[in-house]
Write a protein that binds this ligand. Structure first.
Ligand code: GAL
Length: 496
């Protein structure tokens, strides 16, 4: 019962404020970068400034050089060290399958360890089923917020009537408010019916993919965004267990400081990670709690709630225990700091194990974040079908791969997430995946949507939220941060 009501409340959350579009004029990208490298200075505002590269601005240098994707064999998949073993049966086409020819261009921001292997696995399935179709991998890394550079270039392409065949997008408000409400996407009700998705995706995900009763994207996964990751040896050295409260974490932090190392890794070279940490604090049992957090988006909780100030004060207390260079470290590098024993822990999403595994690092553990036992903040990566694509058959065949059991089983093994499909076989999965899946499917779990990863609030609010917290971890001014959050909430039509 509890689960039903939690989920109902969550869906109410998703139903608000879908009427605003954020499509806005964007500048043309100025130069070209390799898809696997961060474009120089693109979308990375100086830490002392508010985020300049919002979701409505293109970065100055963020156009990808599309590359033909490698086509790993879909059967007997090679497994990089650290992942353990995953073996896939060869993928087979269902009767009546129409292979695509021509080109398939896919946008994503999957350029890091784990992400690349996961994406390549899907490409391998597509290539096996569509051998005459060339895959153009337009992945772009970096930028403000997750996928900031990709999102900006994508907007330019969508506005210019030149969409790729498909692109990565989070379910919920990011999907609706970026492109669906604006009428830029095709509804996928026929695909859902043909592929039987109604029977294999959780109802909650289908609702988060649907606008005015029709689904607009195919979810590939469920990521938990609020996990405490820790370097096992570092905690062992000081005789500490993973902290379950923020006070415990602060006590551990003092011991680590005495050893000359940081406690919490933070990669705030551009806004995003500090806001993700802050949302994890905010939804914790001692602050708003999951119900209070959901209420921020339904009008039940006011953004003037004093617990928000308490959460800012806690974040301020944590700052001295971040890696000292937190304002210049990027997400890719923060993982190395934990591997190299410069920081002991991170509160981050479960794309983290994909990166760590891909680096051959296994000496890490995971736990609920302090004060967050049983709270599962989540996001779901999905792919949709823009109107006016050049190669519709290829796009449809791509979506079928993304939604397939074969595709999701391999993809999520590498990605660190769990499959969106409820019928996936997890027997080859790691202990981490199984731990996450157990919590996700536990009726007592409190499931809430991540702001930073697109589910809970519209993109314009998300950008304002991330900017406010980025400025806060830079200037440490609680009053100014309260005002910035209140203004963002007012602008978004939330209760203040
Ligand atoms: C998230 C996304 C994940 C992963 C992560 C870091 O927003 O859902 O798939 O890519 O960003 O890049």
């Amino acid at each position: 019962m509890q689960r039903v009501s939690n989920r109902r409340r969550f869906l109410e959350l998703a139903a608000v404020s879908v009427a605003t579009t954020v499509i806005a004029a964007a500048c043309a990208p100025a130069s070209v970068s390799s898809p696997t490298q961060a474009p120089a200075a693109a979308g990375s505002p100086a830490p002392t400034q508010p985020a300049a590269a919002t979701a409505t601005q293109a970065p100055s240098a963020a156009a990808p050089t599309p590359t033909s994707a490698p086509a790993p064999a879909a059967g007997a998949t090679a497994t990089p060290s650290g992942f353990g073993k995953f073996t896939a049966q060869p993928v087979t086409a269902p009767p009546g399958y129409t292979p695509a020819t021509g080109k398939l261009e896919i946008f994503s921001w999957w350029t890091s360890g784990g992400e690349v292997e996961a994406l390549n696995y899907l490409y391998g399935d597509f290539k096996a089923l569509n051998p005459q179709c060339e895959i153009v991998n337009s992945a772009i890394t970096g930028g403000t917020a997750s996928g900031g550079n990709m999102k900006a270039v994508l907007q330019t392409r969508m506005m210019g009537g030149d969409p790729p065949e498909s692109f990565q997008i989070h379910l919920g408000h990011e999907l609706f408010d970026s492109y669906v409400v604006a009428g830029k996407m095709e509804p996928l009700d026929t695909l859902y019916a043909d592929e039987g998705y109604d029977k294999v995706f959780p109802k909650m995900l289908i609702e988060l993919a649907s606008y005015q009763g029709k689904p607009y994207s195919v979810p590939c996964n469920i990521h938990r965004t609020n996990v405490l990751w820790y370097n096992t040896a570092m905690l062992k050295d000081i005789g500490a267990e993973p902290p379950t409260t923020w006070d415990e974490l602060l006590a551990i932090a003092e011991k680590l400081k005495a050893k000359g190392v940081g406690t919490l890794g933070l990669a705030e070279s551009s806004p995003g990670p500090s806001a993700q940490l802050f949302e994890s604090i905010l939804m914790g049992h001692s602050f708003l709690g999951p119900a209070g957090y959901r209420g921020l988006f339904t009008g039940e909780t006011s953004w003037s709630d004093p617990k928000i100030t308490d959460a800012l004060n806690l974040l301020a207390k944590l700052i001295p225990y971040f890696n000292p260079d937190y304002l210049s470290v990027s997400w890719g590098d923060i993982n190395d700091l934990m591997i190299n024993r410069k920081v002991a822990m991170m509160v981050m999403g479960d794309w983290t194990p994909g990166v760590l595994w891909s680096k051959g690092f296994n000496d890490f553990g995971w736990a609920d974040p302090p004060d967050g036992k049983g709270i599962y903040a989540f996001t779901s990566d999905s792919f949709g079908l823009p109107k006016g694509v050049k190669n519709r058959q290829a796009a449809i065949n791509w979506l079928k791969v993304c939604g397939s059991k074969h595709g999701q089983e391999g993809f999520n093994f590498y990605k660190g997430s769990i499959p969106a499909r409820t019928d996936a076989d997890l027997s080859q999965y790691t202990d981490y995946h199984k731990w996450a899946n157990k919590l996700w499917t536990d009726p007592k779990t409190e499931i809430v949507g991540s702001i930073v990863h697109g589910v809970a609030a519209k993109p314009s609010f998300n950008v304002d939220f991330q900017t406010a917290i980025n400025v806060f971890v830079t200037k440490k001014d609680v009053t100014a941060a309260r005002e910035a959050l209140l203004k963002a909430a007012k602008d978004a039509g939330f209760k203040t």
